[in-house]
Design a protein around this ligand. Structure first.
Ligand code: DSN
Length: 439
């Protein structure tokens, strides 16, 4: 950052402040992670200078030889990593990727059926305030009130009644396995294509700790920066017959010039995710989440659906203190350096700005090399802060502990060299970079 420091110290200072904030806090927002330095280097490269509307070998502008090479490499790696027939690596974000799939699969006014945001779905699954809810008819499914889990029989009944033109699966706040095979059966029975949104769980899917959406889904979309630990961005994978429609939905449908620097960084992240270390990382993310969830439960906190199968969990704050809101809880935890987000619970009676829950996840802490012992410590801190009604002396004391833990587990330059001790041991990873061969 020395050039930036010299040229624009004002910006450099803010970037440095964010680097520090990340290194001195415990990041428990389940959609956040720490990308490796190789990913960051690709993001910060000269590829940002190039316009490249179109796709490899089919561009509108000259001078695309190198960006053709990088995009083709990213496409090939994405297809290999996810076992996909076709990949488009250009989406700028997950929401854009979802909208592009709708544009590819549907004409405006057709019907999508997706999970309600209030039950853990996503804005782009048909919320009225999102373009998806304005251009398409929408029917939402949710979780059962008694189990707080998806019930495929109920979803099937709704799908048979509503006859959607696209069935959308996947979530942003659902702590359980999504049964893509079961959803695929429903889509086939209804006679519509299926989209699996794996933005949250992509890293778990490629790490083999969540069932794969292929071959059940016609379209799979993801972000690249959550459990996949790449650069901020999106990705669409699909069956061959949808390839042309998906590509033209992205360009010229929704986007102009692709971000070639991001595409290069996606290529790096796909390469990293093919490594055995990444598989171990994905396993550890889930193991850590189960430990954190188990400990919170033991301490008396009710978790939505009773626990987790993936990287995230939702604490029902009302179980211990009726008046406690997600808004307050997240503020108290943040003052101790524990970063979470307020989140609606299924059937929540509070507003989205207040909420009765907080959402926690383990991808970023696992990248720092933390393991089960640290999860137990953090669960204890969360419990103490929430029970104390945000008592300041306690928060300050816990903040000291948080800083100490952060120093013990720094944000790694290259997470492939800082796997948890037990993983390093099990795999005898001395120089993981040497083991990474382009796939
Ligand atoms: N903002 C993302 C999340 O936190 O889950 C979803 O887009």
């Amino acid at each position: 950052m020395s050039a930036l420091n010299k040229a624009d110290p004002q910006v450099a200072r803010i970037v440095e402040a964010e680097r520090r904030r990340q290194s001195e806090t415990l990041e428990l927002i389940p959609s956040e992670n720490h990308a490796s330095t190789p990913v960051l280097e690709a993001m910060g490269s000269v590829l940002t200078d190039k316009y490249a509307e179109g796709s490899p070998q089919k561009r509108w502008y000259s001078g695309c030889k190198n960006v053709d090479d990088i995009e083709q490499l990213a496409i090939d790696r994405a297809k290999k990593l996810f076992g996909a027939e076709h990949a488009n690596v250009q989406p700028h974000s997950g929401t854009t990727a979802n909208l592009a799939v709708y544009l590819a699969a549907l004409t405006p006014g057709r019907k999508i059926m997706g999970m309600d945001l209030a039950h853990g779905g996503h804005l782009s699954h048909g919320m009225a305030v999102n373009a998806s809810g304005q251009f398409y008819k929408v029917v939402h499914y949710g979780v059962r009130k008694d189990t707080e889990m998806l019930d495929l029989d109920q979803i099937r009944q709704l799908a048979l009644k509503e006859r959607p033109d696209l069935l959308v699966t996947g979530a942003s706040a659902y702590p359980r396995i999504v049964d893509f095979e079961g959803f695929g059966r429903i889509a086939r029975e209804v006679g519509c294509p299926m989209l699996a949104d794996i933005a949250h769980i992509a890293g778990l899917v490629v790490g083999g700790v969540h069932p794969h959406p292929f071959p059940h889904a016609d379209f799979v979309m993801s972000t690249t920066h959550k459990t996949l630990r790449g650069p901020r961005g999106g990705l669409i994978l699909c069956k061959k017959q949808w390839a042309r429609k998906v590509d033209s939905a992205i360009f010229p449908g929704y986007q102009g010039g692709p971000f070639m620097h991001s595409i290069a960084a996606k290529a790096v992240a796909f390469f990293e995710a093919m490594s055995p270390q990444f598989t171990e990382y994905a396993k550890m993310v889930v193991r850590n989440a189960k430990t954190l969830a188990g400990q919170l439960t033991e301490l008396g906190w009710r978790l939505v659906s009773g626990g987790t199968d993936n990287h995230l969990m939702l604490i029902d704050l009302r179980t211990r203190r009726e008046q406690l809101t997600g808004e307050k809880a997240a503020q108290w935890l943040a003052s101790a350096g524990i970063v979470t987000n307020k989140n609606l619970l299924p059937f929540d009676t509070r507003t989205p700005g207040v909420t009765s829950g907080i959402r926690l996840g383990t991808p970023a802490l696992t990248t720092r090399g933390m393991g089960e012992q640290e999860m137990k410590t953090i669960a204890g801190w969360i419990d103490q802060i929430l029970k104390s009604d945000g008592e300041q002396t306690l928060i300050s004391k816990i903040h000291e502990g948080v800083l100490e833990l952060c120093r013990e587990f720094p944000v790694p330059d290259n997470p492939y060299q800082t796997a948890p001790e037990e993983i390093r041991h099990a795999r005898n990873i001395s120089n993981p970079r040497c083991k990474l061969q382009p796939g």
